[in-house]
Design a protein around this ligand. Structure first.
Ligand SMILES: NC(=O)c1ccc[n+]([C@@H]2O[C@H](COP(=O)([O-])OP(=O)(O)OC[C@H]3O[C@@H](n4cnc5c(N)ncnc54)[C@H](OP(=O)(O)O)[C@@H]3O)[C@@H](O)[C@H]2O)c1
Length: 316
């Protein structure tokens, strides 16, 4: 069954039509929410590096067209059968899914795959749609199962990135100490505000950074969380007592269900009590069209310590 919304006009979407193609604003039909799903009118959609990587490299896309975008904040319009924790009109944040065309963030209306509540949460009254949209992917990418390392050090490379900011906050919440991070010097206050205890310039060489960290703590560094994962931030010492683990912060992967179910259950409380701060954000002009320029700025490394957010409803 298909719903036609907005009195005969088809909802607008930023469509990625084919691999290695270009994003284009178009229109599409929307299906009714299925069992366990919410249909959400998107008010704010945040941009992530994966959105331009999909275009540049084709990663994570098995078939086209797709609608990119993962970070969603909006209003529940319709409930599928079996949904118990949400009501029509609820303000929600949610983790979209660009592998399923109904579930990408860069459109006016979509069906978020609710599935027992692990990828959507109510937005508390102290947060806006814009601030809430900065949370889903970054917060979940900072969530990792770690052994009990309370009062043990952690090094987080890239603390001013979205993933880095949530990793710092979750590390403090988990009891790590000290929490050492890197960023550009102009973002020192930002990362200390997230809860880092020690800051170092991200332009230090690996050896310089290791020497600086050794003055902060005598304890062995058991965990280095590289939130950037570029060649310049990766160690080549795998095998010398070190193990590199690559992770994907997607709640749609079965092996992540349990971890993300527990973290999504906490999101509303964390935000309402200020335990987790959303990212600083900048609103892009021109609705969905503005996302194209925003992604280009991200690709060029021109976005620092902030999350770009689009308003799909402002699309001309
Ligand atoms: N595996 C997954 O599931 C997953 C999920 C989300 C994101 N990611 C990946 O994680 C990376 C970060 O994503 P994001 O959304 O957090 O990005 P972002 O917020 O757009 O990243 C921008 C930040 O990166 C920082 N940065 C760039 N190069 C750096 C370096 N060499 N050392 C330290 N900081 C550096 C910049 O810091 P300064 O301005 O302070 O210099 C800037 O604030 C991306 O590659 C993304 O694709 C992976």
């Amino acid at each position: 069954m298909w719903l036609v919304i907005n009195k005969g006009t088809m909802p607008k979407a930023l469509i990625f039509p084919k691999k290695r193609g270009n994003f284009k604003v178009g229109s599409r039909s929307i299906s009714s929410p299925g069992t366990g799903q919410l249909l959400v009118k998107i008010r704010s959609a945040a941009l992530n590096p994966v959105d331009y990587k999909i275009r540049d490299t084709g990663i994570s896309v098995t078939h086209c067209p797709v609608i990119s975008g993962v970070d969603i904040a909006g209003i529940v319009q319709e409930l599928g059968e079996g949904v118990e924790n949400f009501r029509k009109g609820n303000k929600v944040l949610a983790h979209g899914n660009f592998s399923i065309i109904d579930q990408g963030a860069f459109q006016r209306l979509e069906g978020v795959n609710y599935i027992t509540g692990y990828i959507a949460s109510q937005i508390p009254s102290n947060q806006s749609f814009d601030s809430a949209a900065t949370v889903p992917l970054g917060e979940q990418s900072g969530s990792r199962d770690t052994p009990s390392l309370s009062e043990k050090p952690i090094v987080i490379l890239g603390g001013s990135s979205s993933v880095g900011s949530y990793t710092i906050q979750l590390a403090r919440l988990s009891g790590f100490y000290p929490v050492v991070t890197t960023a550009s010097p102009n973002n020192e206050d930002l990362v200390m505000g997230y809860g880092a205890t020690h800051f170092f310039d991200r332009h230090l060489s690996g050896n310089q950074l290791a020497a600086a960290i050794s003055k902060v703590t005598d304890s062995p560094i058991r965990i280095v969380f590289d939130t950037i994962s570029l060649p310049e931030t990766q160690s080549e010492d795998e095998g010398k007592g070190r193990k590199a683990v690559s992770t994907i912060g997607s709640p749609h992967l079965p092996h992540n269900h349990e971890l993300f179910r527990s973290s999504w259950a906490m999101v509303e409380k964390w935000l309402s009590k200020g335990i987790i701060q959303p990212n600083n954000h900048e609103i892009l002009p021109n609705g969905l069209e503005g996302i194209i320029g925003g992604l280009e700025r991200m690709r060029m490394g021109q976005v620092s310590g902030t999350k770009l957010v689009a308003h799909p409803q402002e699309t001309q």
